[in-house]
Design a protein around this ligand. Structure first.
Ligand SMILES: Cc1cc2nc3c(=O)[nH]c(=O)nc-3n(C[C@H](O)[C@H](O)[C@H](O)COP(=O)(O)OP(=O)(O)OC[C@H]3O[C@@H](n4cnc5c(N)ncnc54)[C@H](O)[C@@H]3O)c2cc1C
Length: 406
């Protein structure tokens, strides 16, 4: 039974956008399932390119309640599997999308550091104690965004262009006819707003459907095979002084992530607080992810280890206060490649169901980039990348064995 509320903690950035309520339609040209970066960018792009078409976004909770509102917000180039044929320049595409849609989200692309216990640079600004000494290996293209502003900006843009966004409406089933029929269930606030307090379902016909549901609803999105859904964890320190940032090597505000295990990533925020993240809650299988409570069992143990690791990185962090803990859903594919292709049950002739997701920890820039590309595919203006097909032959990457250890 899907939950109506998550117990995944509260990330530090607010999402200052509430969609205007509107009546549920009986039919739409394009139904988008999922109100994260992917779904909201796709909705805005569809309306921008085809203003005459109707577009409705269905979000089971609130916009940004999945990974997008909970992410670390590092904008990274390429995909988790590296560069791919025909991918193009993800970061410059992302920048253009934000400019075109007039989204202000504090985008700063001054680069990112790959850090590791081996092969670190002699002039590394950081030398952290974490199962060896973590040093900067490489400066790579990348940067940061404010995730709350990015969700809100994409939502506002989609709404301004005419897309309808229905929060607290979960798509529970799709009947794959020539025109797919979606079963939509009210959840949470929408249920309470309903007069009889029941959970009425609504049927809606769409010409085409885009699944942008990431690590949740894998059965409906057709992503149960070759994927691994997890909850990944993050924490926030209190704002630290400039001299602490200098001592730990983060005065340049360059975000960082490890290329070896145990994994660690992080970034400095505008107020000099620092986000660190690591760890995957493994006990959740496909259906159970939504019911994970970060205040219980496995998550508390992972947080206890992460707290210890952060304080042990450098003497300047030994007494730092850790003021917030939260988690968010993440979907890995066996090959690390994201999914961008036709739904396995959609109508092969009419190509009426597209699925985009499984970005692993590499989806901030790529999700908007693919969302807009997906809009062009739905409009028949472009094709999807063949290497990302939903049913592509999968040879699991041997590195996947580390998933349960990070
Ligand atoms: C803690 C954390 C840190 C991360 N850090 C980074 C980082 O620094 N850099 C980076 O590049 N990537 C990072 N990622 C990954 C990145 O955030 C995601 O890849 C990206 O946000 C995915 O966006 P999305 O729109 O595809 O999915 P989501 O944001 O997860 O959106 C999916 C939405 O679909 C909704 N939904 C699900 N099922 C249904 C249904 N049946 N009906 C209606 N709605 C439904 C969900 O409620 C959710 O809002 C991180 C992820 C996490 C969790």
């Amino acid at each position: 039974m899907p939950s109506t509320q998550h117990h995944w903690g509260t990330p530090p950035w607010p999402i200052r956008f509430k969609p205007r309520p509107s009546a549920l339609p009986a039919s739409v040209d394009f139904a988008i399932v999922g109100g994260g970066f992917t779904g909201l960018a796709a909705a805005a792009w569809l309306k921008r390119l085809a203003p005459e078409k109707s577009v409705a976004v269905f979000e089971a909770f609130k916009v940004g309640e999945g990974a997008s509102g909970r992410t670390g917000g590092m904008a990274l180039a390429e995909t988790a599997a590296g560069d791919m044929p025909g991918l193009g320049d993800v970061l410059s595409g992302f920048q253009k999308i934000l400019h075109t849609l007039d989204v202000q989200c504090d985008l700063d692309l001054h680069g990112a550091w790959e850090i590791a216990r081996k092969d670190g640079r002699n002039d590394s600004p950081i030398a952290w104690n974490d199962s060896g000494t973590l040093r900067v290996m490489k400066h790579v293209p990348g940067g940061t965004v404010d995730p709350g502003k990015l969700v809100a900006g994409l939502g506002r843009s989609a709404q301004r262009l005419g897309a309808k966004i229905h929060e607290h409406h979960r798509v529970t089933h799709v009947a794959w006819h020539r025109e797919p029929v979606l079963t939509i269930e009210r959840t949470g606030a929408a249920t309470r707003a309903a007069k009889n307090g029941s959970r009425p379902t609504h049927k809606l016909t769409a010409e085409k459907v885009l699944f942008a549901t990431n690590a949740l609803s894998l059965r409906v999105s057709g992503l149960t095979h070759g994927t691994h859904a997890r909850l990944t964890l993050a924490l926030l320190t209190e704002p630290v002084s400039e001299s602490v940032l200098r001592a730990i090597g983060l005065a340049s505000r360059t975000p960082f992530y490890t290329t070896d295990f145990p994994y660690l990533w992080g970034r400095v925020r505008k107020d000099r607080s620092i986000v660190f993240g690591a760890g995957l809650v493994t006990s959740s299988d496909v259906g159970a992810l939504e019911t994970v409570d970060i205040a219980k069992s496995e998550a508390t143990q992972i947080f206890a280890r992460l707290d210890q690791r952060v304080r042990a990185l450098h003497p300047a962090l030994a007494k730092v206060k850790l003021v917030r803990h939260w988690g968010g859903p993440i979907l890995f594919r066996d090959t690390w490649k994201p999914v961008f292709g036709w739904h396995p049950h959609s109508n092969a002739k009419h190509r009426n169901g597209l699925v985009i997701g499984a970005f692993a920890g590499h989806g901030v820039a790529l999700s908007s980039y693919f969302g807009c590309w997906g809009a062009e595919v739905l409009l028949g203006k472009r094709t999807s990348p063949r290497w990302a097909a939903a049913n592509a032959t999968r040879t699991p990457d041997p590195e996947m064995r580390h998933l349960n250890k990070v």
